[in-house]
Design a protein around this ligand. Structure first.
Ligand code: DAH
Length: 341
């Protein structure tokens, strides 16, 4: 029996030296020390020994068990250290690898131009206000002197929200004139940027959603020369001090007289080229003196007060400013395009 025990000790110790990982080691523990293990099997035969031999063999068996257990612990610790080392190797951070570059975003070209515009008018004492894109028909049309029957009210031009045409997506930022005049008394000096909607097919110069900025000044003694000075100042700040503008007569229901303002083509300085389609001038905005009827609708006495208003397309200003030929580029948001500005 003693030899059997010695064999077990030798084999077990040698096998444990070979164990590749903790699973293999556990299998060896079961094989030698488990309930059905080899050492247990030998111990079960103790009963056959004489009473004198039994304690002697018991001592040997205990020593063998102790040796195996000690070795188990030692190998276990060695394997754990090895596993930790491997894990650290696998997870090692190479601090010399270049980092992922952090790119800074920047403003959309439309926001660049709009922010510049706002700054220009704030500098001149205007306040920036905003209003609803879902608007009442009365604000969008009637109170702006566009009576029922006016062509701009047509179902094929306008996105109505209700069957009775009383609520719609605003077709212009001009209803902000009425909203402001109803709430405030002169002096009034505001600009109102925002989205507007019309039933237009998308092409290089049209979109069913686009942006305008409305301007309104109402006070005693406001004249057309205030309008001209103010808008000329805007153009010079936006497009350069040598910019030249001209005013042409036009018609809008809510202003009288009404005009459109053109800026002389920056490419050809009036000679005519591709940019201005041979005209020498580029149309920029609509404007005029607030119609006395509109002042009356808003309970402002047209005998005492007068005002001017203008509405400018933000896409158009942006396209002129950055020489962008297709409006769709502004909405597609292709980073390769936008990152140029
Ligand atoms: N609302 C006009 C449009 O969308 C633009 C406009 C013209 C606004 C003249 C004004 C104005 O305030 O006075 O075409």
């Amino acid at each position: 029996m003693k030899e059997q025990l010695e064999i077990i000790r030798r084999e077990a110790l040698a096998a444990m030296d070979e164990a590749a990982d903790s699973q293999a080691l556990e299998a060896l523990r079961v094989k030698y020390l488990g309930k059905k293990g080899e050492l247990t099997a030998v111990l079960k035969q103790m009963g056959k020994l004489s009473p004198e031999e039994r304690p002697v063999m018991g001592q040997v068996a205990n020593a063998v068990r102790a040796d195996i257990e000690e070795k188990l612990e030692a190998v276990k610790a060695k394997l754990a250290a090895k596993a930790l080392e491997a894990k650290l190797q696998a997870e090692a951070v190479d601090v010399t690898i270049p980092g992922v570059p952090v790119t800074h975003g920047h403003k959309h070209p439309m926001s660049i131009v709009l922010d510049e515009c706002k700054d220009i008018f704030v500098e001149m004492g205007f306040e920036v206000v905003e209003g609803p894109e879902v608007e009442l028909e009365s604000y969008n049309f009637t109170k702006l002197n566009a009576e029922p029957g006016h062509p701009s009210r047509d179902w094929s031009d306008t996105f109505y929200i209700t069957e009775d045409s009383s609520v719609l997506l605003r077709t212009q930022t001009s209803p902000m004139q009425v909203r402001v005049m109803e709430q405030r008394k002169p002096p009034i000096r505001i600009v109102a940027p925002g989205r507007v909607y019309r039933k237009d097919e998308v092409d290089a110069t049209h979109s069913p959603m686009f942006h305008q900025m409305e301007g309104l000044v109402v006070d005693e003694g406001i004249t057309m020369s205030d309008l001209k000075g103010c808008l000329e100042q805007m153009v010079k700040k936006l497009y350069g001090a040598d910019s030249v503008v001209r005013f042409r007569p036009h018609h809008f229901p809510f202003t009288e007289p009404s005009c459109e303002m053109d800026v002389q083509c920056f490419e050809c300085h009036g000679a005519g080229c591709r940019t201005c389609k041979g005209e020498g001038w580029i149309e920029l905005l609509g404007a005029g003196m607030v119609h006395p009827k509109v002042l009356e609708y808003c309970n402002i006495d047209p005998e005492k007060y007068s005002g001017f208003a203008f509405g400018v397309g933000v896409e158009r200003m942006t396209m002129r400013r950055f020489q962008i030929s297709d409006l769709r580029l502004l909405f597609e948001n292709d980073i390769r395009f936008l990152s140029q500005f």
